[in-house]
Write a protein that binds this ligand. Structure first.
Ligand code: GAR
Length: 190
C-alpha cells in the first residue's frame, strides 16, 4: 500500500476529489492532509472524510526535524493540490520524483511566484490567450519548473471570465489529477 499526503492551502476541492478517488483502492491510500492555513476549507473536508490533518507553519516545513520525520516515516508520495508555499529542498531530497504538483495553466506559461489560482486565470484573459489548461508536474526547488508529467488543454471562448475559466480548469483537474497520480505511483518500482 502506497501512502499519500496531500498539501493544500485553501478550499481543497482537489484534495477531496483525490481522497474520494482512492477511498476504495487496495494499492493507494491518502493518509493525511496538511495545510499551512488554519482557516482553510480543506480542514473541514478532511474531517468530513475522516482523514487526519495537520496544520503547520513555516518553521515546521522548512526546519523542523519532527515534521520531516513524520513525512519520511508515514508517507510515500506527496501531492500538492493548491499549495501556495515554495516546497523546501530538504523534503524534495527525501522524495525524489515522488512529489507532484498541479498547476492551473499550460506551463511554462503562467508559472512562477505569485502565479496561483485566480491570478493565473486573470493573466490568461488579459493576454487574450485562445486556450489554457492544466499541468501536472514533479516538484523541484523552483516554483512550477519540475519535469512535466501531463498536460490537458481547454479552449477559451470570447465570453469567458476568470471565474468561468476557473470552473473549466477545476473540471479538468477533477477528471485527470487522481488518474495521473495513480498511474505514476503504480508504474513506480521504488
Ligand atoms: C487549483 O486550481 C490548483 O491548480 C491551483 O489552485 C487551485 C486549488 O483549488 N494551484 C495553483 O495555483 C498552484 N500554483 P482547490 O483548493 O479547490 O483544490
Amino acid at each position: 500500500m502506497k501512502r499519500i499526503a496531500i498539501f493544500a492551502s485553501g478550499s481543497g476541492s482537489n484534495a477531496e476529489n483525490i481522497i474520494r478517488f482512492f477511498s476504495d483502492s487496495a494499492e493507494i491510500k491518502v493518509v493525511s492532509v496538511l495545510t499551512n492555513n488554519p482557516n482553510a476549507k480543506v480542514i473541514e473536508r478532511a474531517k468530513k472524510l475522516n482523514i487526519s490533518f495537520k496544520i503547520f507553519n513555516k518553521f515546521d516545513l522548512n526546519e523542523s526535524e519532527e515534521f520531516l520525520s513524520f513525512l519520511v516515516d508515514e508517507v510515500d508520495y506527496v501531492i500538492l493540490a493548491g499549495f501556495l508555499w515554495l516546497f523546501p529542498k530538504r523534503i524534495i531530497e527525501k522524495f525524489p520524483q515522488r512529489i507532484i504538483n498541479i498547476h492551473p495553466a499550460l506551463l511554462p506559461k503562467y508559472g512562477g511566484k505569485g502565479m496561483f489560482g485566480m491570478n493565473v486565470h486573470r493573466a490568461v484573459i488579459d493576454n487574450q490567450e485562445k486556450e489554457t489548461g492544466i499541468t501536472i508536474h514533479y516538484v523541484n526547488e523552483n516554483y512550477d519548473e519540475g519535469a512535466i508529467i501531463f498536460q490537458e488543454k481547454v479552449p477559451i471562448e470570447l465570453n469567458d471570465t476568470p471565474d468561468s475559466i476557473a470552473d473549466k480548469i477545476h473540471q479538468l483537474e477533477y477528471k485527470y489529477f487522481p488518474k495521473v497520480i495513480e498511474s505514476v505511483i503504480l508504474k513506480d518500482e521504488f
